[in-house]
Structures are given as structure tokens and as C-alpha cells.
Design a protein around this ligand. Sequence first.
Ligand code: TXE
Length: 495
Amino acid sequence: RRDEVRQRHQEAADEVLPEQTGLYIDGEFVDAADGETFDTVDPTTGEVLASVARGKEADVDDAVEAAWTAFDEEWSDYSAGRRQRVLTAIADAIEDHVEELARLETLDNGKPISEAKIDIRGAAEHFRYFAGIVRENGGETMNAGSRYGQVIKEPYGVVGQVIPWNFPLMMASWKLAPALAAGNCTVLKPAEQTPLTALRLAELIDDIVPDGVVNIVPGYGEEAGAALTGHPDIRKVAFTGSTAVGKQVMKSAADTVTDVTLELGGKSPVVVFPDVHPKKAVALVKSAIFYNTGECCEAGSRLFVHEDIADDVLDGLVSAIDDMTIGDPLDEETDLGPKVSREQVDRTMEFLEKAQEEGGQFLAGGGQPEDEALSDGCFVEPTLIEGLDHDSEAVQEEIFGPVLDVFRWDDYDEMMALANDVEYGLAGGVITDDITKANTTARDIEAGYIWINSYHDLVAGLPFGGYKQSGIGRELSADTLDHYQQTKTINLSLR
Ligand code: TXE
């Protein structure tokens, strides 16, 4: 079976790997200035998928220059209607290649193919959403006695965007779509673990977007990433990644007073009230933590379940975990694939070891699966931990894996104090059929996005972003355009 998995991945790679693995600058695929490359690896098999050009400072300089030229000579003249047509054409191109892009994403990232397809469709939908609102972005006028005021929105010009590996193409769309809609040119750096779908996207949009408007520079964070986010000619930086790097990005932006939006880590609570049927709670809690192998910034990674139904919910979760199919992510039946990299497995395992030392008990999982067919891959078992102090590391820090910390509660105020006792504030979940409790609890949780009786489903138009150290700014909504534009007031005297 191990050989079958390897063979299947090899065949898929032969079919869907992009032809071009260079840096995409000014509408051309080029080698890095110093000719260096890095390997991107399939986390299911451990095999190298492709060698990709390794962008560094000189390449970022070239990309930023190309983007400014494209902005000055062409893109800044595009009307909203023309930009709308470009965004719609990008959405169409992605939708025409859903199966192929999903397979490529699964090879590079390890996510189950069923979830990869949701990502790719979501990416297309994102371009469509911004295509839809771009014409409404018209500014305001005001008559003020002897003055006539105009408030107009102008693009920054060239923006720098850095994205992570957990939703590679979807994150690219979250960055590119609003930047282009707002009238900017962009330089985007995909994560070093997962550069392939961004490069394939570059191939697909090459005939749609004028040269230099979108530039894609794969490379490492400390090299290409830092060169981009600290670049003096970048007027706005948008970053999604760890809180630690987000802080560095913000500091480097301070030197040039560059506008920054950040979408960072999370440690989101899911609160279960005793009125709901345990089955409903189990299904929602399971998806909140195990979707995308727990590699979601918004993952519901701390469960607060009411004492009265805790046993039923936890027993149900243990059985649901037993029923999960952990395996080859190219298989439609797979529920949980590998983590993105060996480094990520090690990180998760360190948290699990510490959790055990600190008195945590594994109700399920706690290790790596022993299945020989999975032995090449970066797999971690879906894990439930109970008995940890709320201030222990595995509870306070983002694990970013399939690991759920469980707490029982009977006093609402005490529970809510714990639910909010983390530095993060990205998301939260409330599971109850009592509409009043649902709403008051949603208001009590200190976070930017709360789901009531669902989780993870994001709807274009509803802003997404964090409180506290989970970030600054909102994506997915009309507010996002504001982050990619500056406001100009024109005050005209009528005297
Ligand atoms: O993140 P990094 P890593 C969290 C999650 C994960 C942890 C570490 O907890 O376990 O972060 O993951 C680029 N200047 N999240 O190390 O390093 C990097 O190349 C500019 C949550 O992979 O933050 C990549 O493109 N850029 C998160 C991107 O930043 C730099 C998603 C993210 O990598 C840089 C990912 C630098 N100095 C991880 N250093 C979420 N919010 O969803 C790195 N990068």
C-alpha cells in the first residue's frame, strides 16, 4: 500500500505539476538572479515535487520595479469596469481548472482532495466577489457652504503580500483580488512549503493580466519575505502567518511608515451549551478542529463543553475520531491528511510531549499513526487532551495541528474568563439552540469572527480578521478595499 500511494502521487505529479517553476516577474518566468533554487516536497510521500527558483532581495527589487512600471504605464489607467473584467476572467480561469489545481494543492500541501476543491472554488469566488464590488468604490462628494468637497480613494500603487502554506491558493486569492480591485499592482511571496499553485495561477493569468501587474516571487521568509515587507518602495504590506513574524513585519514597516494588515495566529474557543443534542455538538466540534488537519488560523482548538453533556460529547468525539479516515489525501474518502512538513510534525509532537508532562491526558490520539502505508508522510493522529491547566503551553499557544484541548464548565462567567484568557482573538464558536445565549456568548468572546452553530464557513462579504494579537485589518469584505487604498480629500473653494 505504501508503494501504491507513492505511485499514485507520482502519476498525479506528472499530470499536474506546473511547467514553470521560475519567479514570475513582469509577465515572464525567470531564474533567480543568483540561479539558486529550493525544493518543495510532497508531505505524503516525502518526495521532492519540484525545484523552484529561490527569490532573494535582488529578485524582489526587480519585481517591485516591474510592478511600479506596470502601475505607472498601464494599470493606473484601467477603469473599474476593466479591472472588473480582469478579476472575472481570473475567476473563470481558476474555475476551469478546479480539479487540476486541487490535485496540485493536495500534492504540495497534503490537504484532503475534497477540502482542496473547496479551497479552489473559494479562491475563484473571492475574485468574483471583488469583481462585483469594484464598481461601487466611487468615493463621496459633499457640499459645504462655499466649498465643494470630494473624497476619493486612490490605490497605493505597489503592494507587497506574503502568504502561508495552509491554504496556498485561497490565501493568494485573498491577497491578490482586493489589491487588484483597488487598483494596485502587487508582488506576492507564497510560502516556501507550497509555492506550486501560485505559480500555476501565474501561468493561468499570464494572458489575462498585463505584464508586471501581478508578480510572484517564491522564496524563504528571511530572504524574499523580509526583502519584500521591508522594501522602501512598497506602500502597503499584507501578511498572513505566525504572530511572531507578523510582529517583525510590523516593525520593519515602521521604518517607512508603511500601512500594514496582518492576519495572524489563533487559539479559538468553542463553547457548547447543555441544551444541544450531543451529536450536533460532536459534528461541529470535530470539524472546527480537524478541518484541514487543524492547520487553520481560525481552528476551534479549545473546547468548553458544559458539564451536563460533557461525557456524551467527549465519548461521541472519541468515536468520531475512530471513524475518521486518515490516509492518502488524494483519496476522496480521506478525512485527515498529513501536516505540511516534517518541521510542523515535530512542532506538534513537542507540544504533545509537553502537554503530557504537564498532566494532560489523551482521550484520543497523542502520537503518529502506525500504519506502514503512511510511514513516509507527515501524519499526526487526531488528538483530544483533557486535564491541562488553562495557562499551560499547549493551551495558550497555537499548535496548528489536529489537537483539541478540552475543558468542562458549569459556571458561565468562569468559563468565559478562561475562554478569553489567551493572547489571540481571531475566532470562536457557540453551539446552542438558545438564541439569546448564542448572541450574548458571541458578544462576550473577544474575537473578530464568531460562528453560531457552524464553523469555518466563510462568506465573501462578511469581514474576517482578528482581535488582540491575531491581527490588524479585515479581509473578505468591502472593508478590505479600504486597506488597499488611501483617502484623498479635495477641498474646492466656490468663491
Ligand atoms: O510561519 P511563518 P511558519 C503559525 C502556526 C505555525 C507557525 C509557524 O502556528 O505552526 O505559525 O509556521 C514568511 N519576513 N501560522 O514558520 O514563518 C514565510 O516564508 C517576511 C499561522 O510557516 O510566519 C511564509 O511565506 N516574511 C498562520 C509566511 O511568512 C516571512 C499560517 C508564513 O510563515 C518572514 C502559517 C520574515 N522575516 C503559520 N519569515 C495563519 N495565520 O494562518 C517568514 N516569512
